[in-house]
Design a protein around this ligand. Sequence first.
Ligand SMILES: NC(=O)c1ccc[n+]([C@@H]2O[C@H](COP(=O)([O-])OP(=O)(O)OC[C@H]3O[C@@H](n4cnc5c(N)ncnc54)[C@H](OP(=O)(O)O)[C@@H]3O)[C@@H](O)[C@H]2O)c1
Length: 245
Amino acid sequence: MDIKGKTVMVTGANGGIGGALVRALLGEGVAKVYAAARSTDTVADLVQGGDGRVVALQLDVTQSASVRGAAEQCRDVDLVMNNAGINRCVGFMGSSAMEDARLEMEVNYFGTLAMCREFAPVLASRGGGAIVNVCSIIGLVNLPVNGTYCASKAAGHSLLQGLRAELAPRGIRVIGVYPGPVDTKMTAGQEMPKATPDEVAAAILAGVEMGDEYIFPDPMSRHVHAMLEKDPRQVERDFGAMVGG
Ligand SMILES: NC(=O)c1ccc[n+]([C@@H]2O[C@H](COP(=O)([O-])OP(=O)(O)OC[C@H]3O[C@@H](n4cnc5c(N)ncnc54)[C@H](OP(=O)(O)O)[C@@H]3O)[C@@H](O)[C@H]2O)c1
């Protein structure tokens, strides 16, 4: 897909990767970006820096009326980037795991599903387009310290596989993004090598332009993906050994 001149929806636009995506899209010459956030105040800087091309949109992906309203309002979208997500950083045996797992499923899985269901007809009415779902490399192998989050991202991975087949006849491409650790609010306080949101956003747009279906946007995600291709059981054991305290 040639991104130049397109109209794009980015969810979680006030977050680390979301904000970087909006800025990178502007740099690629998009016609318009809907910067969707739960509070539009949080994307005021993007609107200000967007030379009239950034439109703030109130959106909570867990609220069906909010998602439906967004799809009704944004009839001119060519590319939907489902980036909103949460990570409660708990294992399955954590004291709050049931509640945290449900919250993560609500945002990461059901929220993304609702967005895809509401926006697919919008894209189809314009002759096709693309949906980019930001999954995670730990949606492909469970990292137990973030166990419930990984399960929600694994559900997201399965969602995009199924959607890819269902939406292809309507001319809609479904693209999965599988980042490793990225330096955003989500990983604040976690000491480990992290990619920058800007480098991840640039790699995502390059992958969309190239026609990739799977995008591994940083060195860690590419490394883990290569290991998963070679020996998935060994990666599971290695990640399982990182159980923590
Ligand atoms: N950072 C990483 O290491 C990493 C790695 C792999 C994948 N990812 C994925 O990348 C995506 C972006 O994360 P990030 O790293 O940029 O984290 P972030 O800075 O915390 O951004 C997360 C964004 O999601 C939004 N959000 C949360 N719940 C929402 C809801 N119910 N409705 C609408 N928006 C909601 C947040 O808005 P509020 O400010 O209103 O909460 C925020 O804008 C997520 O899907 C995440 O799982 C991140």
